[in-house]
Design a binder for this molecule. Sequence first.
Ligand code: HEM
Length: 494
Amino acid sequence: MRMEWIVGCWVLVGIFVGSLCWVSKEMKKKNESQNNKGAKVPKGKLGWPLIGETLDFIACGYTSRPVSFMEKRRSLYGKVFKTNILGTPIIVSTDAEVNKVVLKNHGNTFIPAYPKSVKELLGKFSILQINGSIHKRVHGLIGGFLKSPQFKDRITRDIENSVKLNLARWRHMQSPIYVQDETQKITFEILVKVLMSVGPGEDLNFLKREFEEFIKGLICIPIKLPGTRLYKSLKARERLLKMVGKIVEQKKKAMENNSIQETSPVNDAMDVLLRDGGDQNNETQRLPLDFITGNIIEMMIPGEETVPVAMTLAVKFLSDSPVALDKLRDENMEFKRQKVGSSENYAWTDYLSLPFTQNVISETLRMANIINAIWRKALKDVEIKGYLIPQGWCVLASLTSVHMDEENYENPYQFDPWRWEKLEAAVNYTCSFTPFGGGQRLCPGLELSRLELSIFLHHLVTNYRWVAEKDEIVHFPTVKMKRKLPISVTSTST
Ligand code: HEM
């Protein structure tokens, strides 16, 4: 038995060394490559065999300036350079225009590239992984629904209720209140409502519990044995599939029994996917029920942590910038006075039309860099701005580098909502501001997120004052507050 182990180990070592030689030979070939138009693979170092420059990448991620990994290499090799992180040769772009082309994805050249653990947890039909016409169809359906004025009208009431109820609880809670945890309660309720119309109660609690268990495995060692993190997360996914699958079945039955007419209002993303009949000319059909179930769960991933982190960081930046907070409060108090005077409901357009509030949100998103970079893999050789991206290589479009670049933003590390008064007027500034990505996969939750943030900030600053305890932002592996941002709150309304 022991002998078999030794032989096995040597075979493994042989395979390892063999692959190492092959990988380095292939990389060398590709490094030197140049296409017939003279475009070259960007300069840079691939670091140590296999681990490449991963250690430095992670070490920089843990500092208060995670882009220092990019900055060091950018000063040596230029805005686009090559490196090797997590065992993958990769081209990093800190250039807004190159990022734009990568995200635009003309000719379906780039596909999403996720670590193995993420791929395992996402079903193979997840919107985050599918490509081509099926991706276009699902993205269009969800994006169209979330953008529609009818949806925003309705969800505004739900967001207001959730924000008001949760903030009212803060009055009776013992200090400190942990903003990161509390905002997550608000946004999870809204997200589940948007995706499948489940309201507060046992089902919502079950979804929250299982979803938390599920996403713990997104960044972990990809081993699927009982007891491992990945295994536990996959089990949680199974339980989620069972519960969400039941809701899909119920809705489908209601549709078949005609208790829901094709013309009755669409309540949630699940309805949108269920009702789409496909396109006879394109020979597409209704989406299968298991496809819908999986996608509803997977759409919770980009929506779950992003908005509460943005809310928490807005509170943090405002706590550190009293002048900006005063101006935000003045604008929102004035808006409240007008509304109370006219006794009208707040419309979603009202919230989004407060200019300084929108500038605070843009500045928060720029500095927060909740999604710091987007990974893609090239399906063929691509040339962008004279750089050659060889087939099979990954590209990391660094959104943070662009947001924190002095060439794009003066004093980039300063929270300055006023900068947006000038930037909004500047031509093409959108190319340098991409917190929601861009192109074919532009976040369909963009407007919903801004609306949630606007409503949260409005009710917070017009009814409460707070003092934040000392805390700091952690950037790796995901952005959050080290101590979840503890604050003590006093109510200013009766
Ligand atoms: C501040 C909040 C948010 C930020 C910063 C954010 C950011 C992003 C980014 C950068 C992408 C592009 C990923 C890529 O290109 O691979 C994305 C995609 C996506 N987001 Fe968001 N997001 C936010 C909120 C939301 C919310 C609330 C929802 C759900 C309702 C949502 C749903 C999605 C979905 C489904 C995709 C995938 C789109 C596709 O691949 O076609 N996001 N998000």
